[in-house]
Design a binder for this molecule. Structure first.
Ligand code: FES
Length: 554
């Protein structure tokens, strides 16, 4: 009798493939491939940090253990799952670092050439380290602080020398809380239904590894400033986020402020309580939030663009699953948030994907009608990211292959961009993008209308955040995602929130300015505006945004 060897199990971790035999854990294989998987418990199933996302072959792994009770597919703890003897491929991905296109910097800010005076809360008096003038440690070593932009999808950290104001190191990685859902509403639901603070603890583990990998003794870090949306910030500070998920969508800090139980929506705790390896008496300061879903990231952004001292009329638009809008100047500021959904981040789109390697980000239709595609990382296309989708819509409009209602003119149901890699675009995708655009435009229209401003009266239109940074401005204007303003007035600033967090870390005066500024912001509730629905319907069409007068100023 001839025995036929079973085809082997092949395991691919972060793109590296190895033959695998039954009985060994994914964590072990990752180690042998040189892929670093975060751990603080030496594979005991306790730290919950060794997260992987299984993209293929979940059925070839042993069933989830008790330690994985908090996870749903496709997530597993790599130390808990071992390969079974069922032949075939298994593929997984650790939480991503580096490969993601994370915006670490800001550009074109008015503060770029006017650094605020160095005035940190942590100072030195001989060998005494003082926080707001109170001794918290004795040391002659350096004094450091951390600024953090805590996003739903990505996290950026900057380590700053508080005596020179210089950045010593930085780090960025995917928010490991993704196992609790990809948007804030899912995270709120997860956090509310899992009382063990798993989202916070997993994040603290990842942050600890990032801090320990900095080239300084973590005990020399005496303060940390956190800018993040209301949900991310409040989860990190162990606050209940239940009320952010329920109308009227308020952070617990806003409710307590209204009840007179606190004087600010900012939060303060210690390094020890945040489970971080920084000095145990280090202060962790959560920048104040503006209102509901207009969070501390938007507040930090206001600091970065120096809104408190701005005479020009400026607007800030940070397009994302939840788009944030700020309009005004030193005299009056309005802010709003609009839930636009994940379409512009590639979610809910058949061939959509985030801005990772392999994403199509440039789309041109040439004279012969053929698509010319630019792909991140110059690799084979794997999907289309948000900025690619905006350019694709714009090109289809320009070449009249799509009308302004989003219908394909030649009766096709789908348009193929790359037949070899099966990348296509279909009318249902257009509908998703139309609705996301409709929500963004309605937000803009309501805020400008409420302020009593026309789009063309804006002097500077800041596009903030990672998506805004990579948007093609002409394409965005053609499809009506942003107002049709002269290019010189549109500034793509990138990650202004981390810049604002750094400013707050380096200057007590600026932090005070931020606290005062936030109190002056009027929150504009879009959902209750009588014209919201009309603006939304109009905004679903793909045509340039009118800059005609809006006449329902208060
Ligand atoms: S390594 Fe700690 S839970 Fe897996």
């Amino acid at each position: 009798m001839v025995s036929v060897a079973a085809p082997p199990v092949t395991l691919t971790i972060n793109g590296q493939t190895t033959p695998a035999s039954p009985g060994r854990s994914l964590f072990d294989y990752a180690e042998s491939l040189g892929v670093a998987v975060p751990t603080s418990c030496r594979t005991q199933g306790k730290c919950k940090e060794c997260l992987v996302e299984i993209t293929e072959g979940m059925e070839r792994l042993t069933p989830p253990t008790e330690a994985e009770r908090h996870l749903k597919p496709p997530f597993r703890l790599s130390c808990q799952c071992t390969v079974t003897d069922e032949a075939g491929p298994i593929a997984c991905q650790t939480m991503r670092r580096g490969q993601m296109r994370i915006e670490r910097h800001a550009l074109g800010l008015p503060t770029d050439d006017r650094k605020p005076e160095l005035d940190p809360a942590v100072t030195r008096d001989g060998d005494r380290i003082l926080l707001d003038g109170e001794e918290i440690a004795r040391s002659t070593g350096p004094i450091h602080g951390i600024a953090m932009d805590l996003g739903t999808t990505t996290i950026v950290l900057r380590l700053i020398d508080l005596e020179t104001g210089e950045m010593v190191a930085d780090a960025s990685f995917e928010n490991p809380q993704r196992f609790g859902g990809s948007d804030v509403m899912s995270r709120i639901h997860y956090d509310t239904t899992h009382p063990e603070k798993l989202l916070m603890r997993t994040l603290a583990g990842y942050l600890s590894h990032a801090i320990e990998s900095f080239p300084v003794d973590p005990q020399t870090i005496y303060e940390m400033v956190v800018a993040g949306n209301s949900t991310m910030r409040d989860i990190f500070f162990r606050q209940s986020v239940y009320t952010i998920g329920q109308s009227p969508y308020q952070s617990i800090t806003e409710i307590e402020l209204e009840e007179g139980k606190r004087t600010t929506t900012s939060l303060t705790t210690t390094g020890r309580r945040c489970l971080l390896p920084i000095h145990p008496k280090a202060r962790v300061y959560g920048a104040p939030i503006i209102s509901g879903h207009v969070g501390a990231d938007a507040a930090a952004c206001m600091l970065a663009i120096d809104l408190a001292n701005e005479n020009r009329r400026v607007a800030v638009m940070d397009i994302g699953t939840n788009t944030e809008l700020i309009v005004g100047n030193r005299e009056r500021i309005l802010a709003a948030s609009c839930p636009a959904g994940p379409a512009f981040e590639g979610g809910a789109i058949a061939c959509g994907m985030p801005g990772l390697e392999g994403a199509i980000e440039d789309v041109t239709i040439d004279d012969t009608g053929a698509f010319q595609l630019g792909v991140i990382g110059d690799s084979a296309p794997a999907g289309i990211c948000g900025s690619g989708l905006v350019e694709l819509l714009s090109e289809l409009l320009r070449t009249e292959r799509m009308n302004l209602l989003g219908r394909f003119e030649d009766g096709e149901e789908r348009i193929t961009l790359d037949a070899t890699h099966d990348i296509y675009f279909q009318e249902s995708d257009v509908n998703e993008l139309a609705q996301a655009k409709g929500a963004n435009v309605a937000g803009l229209q309501v805020v400008f209308s409420h302020y009593g401003l026309r789009f063309d009266e804006i002097d500077v239109f800041y596009l903030a955040g990672g998506f805004g940074r990579h948007l093609k401005v002409d394409a965005s204007k053609r499809i009506g995602l942003i107002p049709d303003l002269p290019d010189a007035r549109i500034v793509q600033v990138g990650n202004a929130a981390i810049e604002g967090a750094c400013i707050a870390l380096l200057s007590v005066a600026k932090r005070r300015e931020l606290e005062e500024l936030v109190r002056r912001v009027e929150h504009c509730r879009l959902e209750t505006h009588p014209d919201f629905f009309d603006f939304f319907v109009e905004g679903c069409q793909f045509k340039p945004l009118e800059t005609a007068p809006q006449d329902d100023a208060p």
